[in-house]
Write a protein that binds this ligand. Structure first.
Ligand SMILES: [Zn+2]
Length: 167
């Protein structure tokens, strides 16, 4: 799913006022990978090529020198890894600061949304890394119907939150 949709879903689904932290955790699984990849490319002095098709993009990521990006993506899209990061932080906020840190849940929410909206040809989500390579061959988020349907749901959710729940 695209970064904009992830940001909006984090803001609309998690309780409490909008915050940068919700957006940051909501896009972290992708940003950590692609920012690292762009930085590495910049250091190598090469620009990442522009891709005309998703297949062309995946062929580039499958090159030996770029395959680490796909690997890193598996780790940042693992519910197990995020569990290890989030549970101690959650406990700290909850027990010491008496707050519920909803923003932390934006990262697993991102992964749950990516699982059915990625397919085997384009960054499948191995959400049980490192214990299992299980993945779902879903409906890719860039398919017009999925893409439009997703934003329609986001708009409905925003309206529901603002006008029905009134918060
Ligand atoms: Zn993602």
């Amino acid at each position: 799913m695209d970064i904009m949709a992830h940001s909006l879903w984090s803001l609309v689904l998690l309780p409490g006022p909008p915050s940068i932290a919700k957006v940051a955790f909501g896009i972290a699984p992708d940003v950590t990978v692609f920012a690292t990849s762009l930085t590495v490319q910049a250091f190598k002095g090469k620009m990442q090529p522009g891709f005309k098709t998703r297949q062309e993009m995946m062929e580039w990521y499958n090159l030996k020198e770029n395959r680490w990006v796909l690997n890193l993506y598996k780790w940042t899209h693992s519910l197990i890894i995020w569990g290890l990061v989030i549970i101690p932080l959650f406990a700290y906020y909850y027990f010491y600061l008496n707050q519920i840190p909803w923003f932390l849940l934006a990262a697993p929410l991102h992964i749950l949304m990516d699982i059915p909206t990625h397919n085997n040809n384009s960054f499948p989500v191995q959400f049980l890394t490192p214990f299992s390579t299980f993945k779902v061959n879903g409906l890719h988020w860039s398919k017009p119907l999925v893409f439009i349907g997703n934003y329609v749901l986001i708009i409905l959710a925003i309206f529901f939150r603002l006008f029905v729940l009134r918060k």
